[in-house]
Design a protein around this ligand. Structure first.
Ligand SMILES: [Zn+2]
Length: 277
């Protein structure tokens, strides 16, 4: 297998007491060849960069301000300063040899924070602008925010400066087929996490069968959302194999094929060497 886990929170991983070296060794044994370490706040951004410097398995990082940050900000007065801070962090990381593969994770969550939709949208939009300016894809979280999300992403469709492979990925997708279709039309990739393996996820499995092969990514969202049959354990990148197996079954292809195409897609989107691995 040649697997690429496109969404790993390395800060939470070590905060939970796990030894990243052992976790990454188990990932390699399971066929994982690349990991994207995602940030979303200054601390987690730094942890992602550290992991990239220390472990060759970490093929790249994403840096950004997540929806919790926007929610807690109080008002939008800090937005411009945040964007300067983020751009500086990205440029410094790259100057130190860390591959910053995208801006993220960013996004909107109206399940937990319905009262701050406008502020979350403001941070999302400003970071999409920064991603365009830097020619990088974005990693976007969305939950129960279809209308606002589509408004913001719609304003960013087909803008100059966008990476050739598209504006980015909607990670741990849990929306319906209608939303998936609109996002695909806007050029986005769609990534499935362990949620797609859950017993009650038949509708999501149908969406997973419908996404075109060249827009499909897979991820664990470590340490959250461990897939069936390891549900309830702390999640880790090795378990991305269960997501690959499930998606292969749903789409009627071999698991090796599913792994190879999702790895190729992720390498293309994030500008990472695909090699032979
Ligand atoms: Zn995440």
């Amino acid at each position: 297998m040649n697997l690429f886990d496109t969404h790993v929170h390395v800060d939470f991983l070590s905060a939970g007491g796990a030894d990243p070296a052992a976790v990454f060794e188990r990932a390699v044994q399971a066929g994982v060849r690349r990991i994207l370490a995602v940030g979303g706040a200054p601390d987690s951004d730094q942890a992602a960069c550290e992991a990239a410097r220390r472990f060759p398995l970490v093929a790249g990082v994403t840096l950004g301000f997540n929806r919790d940050h926007a929610h807690q900000a109080g008002d939008t007065s800090g937005l411009v300063h945040d964007m300067q801070t983020l751009e500086h962090a990205i440029r410094s990381a790259e100057a130190e040899g860390v591959r910053v593969a995208g801006v993220g994770e960013i996004g909107i969550d109206l399940h937990y924070h319905p009262d701050t939709a406008e502020r979350q949208a403001a941070w999302l939009e400003a970071q999409l602008e920064l991603a365009l300016k830097l020619g990088k894809p974005a990693v976007v979280h969305t939950r129960e925010a279809d209308r606002v999300l589509l408004e913001v992403l719609g304003r960013h469709a087909a803008r100059p400066g966008q990476p050739v492979a598209g504006p980015g990925v909607i990670h741990s997708f849990t929306g319906d087929r209608l939303l998936a279709g609109k996002l695909l039309d806007l050029g986005w990739h769609i990534s499935f996490s362990g949620i797609v393996t859950f017993r009650n996820a038949d509708p999501l499995r149908q969406v997973a069968a419908y996404v075109p092969e060249d827009r499909l990514l897979i991820e664990t969202d470590t340490p959250f959302l461990a897939p069936v049959p390891v549900r309830g354990q702390a999640n880790e990148p090795a378990f991305v194999v269960h997501i690959a197996n499930l998606l292969a079954q749903v789409r009627g292809v071999a698991a090796e094929h599913l792994a190879a195409v999702t790895t190729r897609n992720a390498c293309r989107l994030f500008g990472i060497e695909s090699g032979h691995a």
